[in-house]
Design a protein around this ligand. Structure first.
Ligand code: GUN
Length: 167
């Protein structure tokens, strides 16, 4: 399995992502949306859309983070991952991103803008290779990693999950 993971990381030229896992941006639309159209939520213009490969390996996790736009997840290969989401109202939900549709896994799923979310591979000794597409396009200025203490105070009902999936 480690060999397969290494081969995929190499073939797809993936690099470590600050939220955990590996990624590479595969698409950045050349057309730009001016800040006057985006509004004050965004600090500058953004490309219309971007897309990445994202690979998560068992035993690691994607830490709670949020972005300012909806994020569309697409499952490609490996085994299913579980996404944990905390809505703007503080409601926790979970979804499995995978290809076993008949057992409730979703090959495609949209995480709404502003939700805090984290992810982990469900199976041991495995990996999940997915795609993440956003519009407006991704910019690290719109990306915020969750702080364990602050999130725990904001959402005391979900403290356990927050402590498990923050760094
Ligand atoms: N580009 C760099 N990081 C990310 C990310 O976390 N999500 C998306 N969609 N694009 C990115």
């Amino acid at each position: 399995m480690q060999n397969e993971i290494q081969q995929i990381v190499k073939k797809l030229q993936l690099l470590p992502h600050p939220e955990g896992g590996f990624y590479r941006e595969t698409y950045r639309c050349e057309t730009v949306i001016p800040q006057s159209v985006l509004g004050y939520d965004f600090n500058a213009q953004r490309n219309v859309s971007t897309c990445i490969y994202f690979m998560l390996v068992s035993g690691n996790f994607s830490a709670f983070h949020r972005i300012k736009q909806d994020e569309i997840w697409h499952f490609y290969r490996g085994s299913a991952l579980r996404l944990y989401m905390i809505s703007l109202e503080g409601k926790l939900s979970k979804v499995k991103i995978g290809s076993d549709i008949l057992n409730g896994e979703m090959p495609q799923f949209v995480v709404p803008a502003g939700y805090w979310f984290a992810a982990e591979v469900i199976a041991e000794n495995s990996y999940s290779l997915v795609g993440c597409t956003v519009a407006p396009g991704f910019d690290f200025a719109d990306f915020e990693l969750g702080d364990k203490v602050i999130l725990g105070e904001l959402f005391p009902n979900h403290k356990e999950i927050i402590e498990k999936y923050c760094r």
